[in-house]
Write a protein of this length. Structure first.
Length: 228
C-alpha cells in the first residue's frame, strides 16, 4: 500500500513563499492551536472513527481530561458537527451531553463554543428525523439555549436551587404544570419529577438507592458480546 504525502508542518506553512499559506501558518501559531494536545500528530484514526465504528456500541468522550477550554470546545464541536453532517445516513445515535451548560451554553464565550452550541441547537430541533437523539444533563437550565430545552420531549427534574431556575423551567417546559415545577426547590435527595412521553401524566417520584456497585473499574470488555 502506498503511503500518502506527508502533511506540511506549521513551521513550513508559516515560512511558505505563498502569502495566504504564510498568513494561515502565522495565525495558527499565534493562536497556539498547533500546541493543542488533541491532534493525532501522525497517528492513524481519531475519535470520529470510533463514533462511527459499527462494532462499538458506546463511546465516552471525556472532555474534562483536556487541559484547556478551547480544546474541549473544539472536540465537542467536531463530534457534534460530524454527526450532523452525516445525518442522512440515518444511523440511530443517542447523544448524551453531561454538564451541558459547558458544552452548549446560551451565551457562548467565543467562536469555538458557539460552533458546538450551534450544532447542539440543530440536532435538538431536527435530529430526531435523522435518528439523532439528544439527552442533556445540567444543573443550570438557565445557561442552556432555550431552543435546546424547548425541543425536549421528556423531562426528568431533580432539585433546583433557585426560584429563577424554576421560573425558567416553567417557561421551557410548558407541558408541565407550573405548580409541580415550583415544588422542585423543595425536593430532597432522591426526589424528582418526570413528564413528557415517558410518563402518561407528569408525576412526582422518589429514586431508591442504587443497585450497582460503586467503583472506579472499567466495564468488562465482554459487556456488549452477543449471547449465543
Amino acid at each position: 500500500m502506498l503511503a500518502g504525502p506527508t502533511p506540511p508542518t506549521i513551521e513550513a506553512i508559516a515560512g511558505s513563499d505563498q502569502p495566504d499559506a504564510r498568513r494561515l501558518g502565522l495565525r495558527i501559531r499565534n493562536l497556539g492551536v498547533d500546541r493543542f494536545t488533541v491532534w493525532a500528530r501522525g497517528e492513524k484514526g481519531s475519535v470520529l472513527d470510533a463514533v462511527h465504528d459499527p462494532s462499538i456500541r458506546c463511546v465516552v468522550i471525556d472532555l474534562g481530561s483536556l487541559p484547556t477550554r478551547e480544546e474541549q470546545s473544539l472536540v465537542a464541536g467536531a463530534v457534534l458537527g460530524d454527526l450532523w453532517r452525516r445525518r442522512h445516513e440515518r444511523s440511530p445515535v443517542l447523544i448524551v451531553i453531561d454538564e451541558a451548560h459547558n458544552v452548549c451554553p446560551a451565551e457562548p464565550a467565543d467562536q469555538l463554543v458557539a460552533v458546538a452550541a450551534g450544532h447542539a441547537v440543530r440536532i435538538a430541533a431536527e435530529g430526531r428525523k435523522f435518528g439523532l437523539y439528544l439527552l442533556i444533563s445540567t444543573q443550570r437550565p438557565q445557561k442552556i439555549p432555550e431552543n435546546v430545552l424547548s425541543q425536549a420531549d421528556n423531562l426528568v427534574l431533580l432539585r433546583l436551587n433557585s426560584l429563577a431556575d424554576s421560573a425558567f423551567a416553567e417557561a421551557a417546559f410548558s407541558f408541565v404544570p407550573p405548580s409541580l415545577i415550583d415544588r422542585s426547590v423543595t425536593f430532597r435527595q432522591g426526589e424528582g419529577l418526570i413528564a413528557g412521553k415517558i410518563s402518561p401524566h407528569p408525576a412526582l417520584l422518589r429514586f431508591d438507592t442504587r443497585i450497582t456497585e460503586e467503583g472506579g473499574a472499567d466495564v468488562a470488555a465482554t459487556w456488549a458480546a452477543k449471547v449465543e
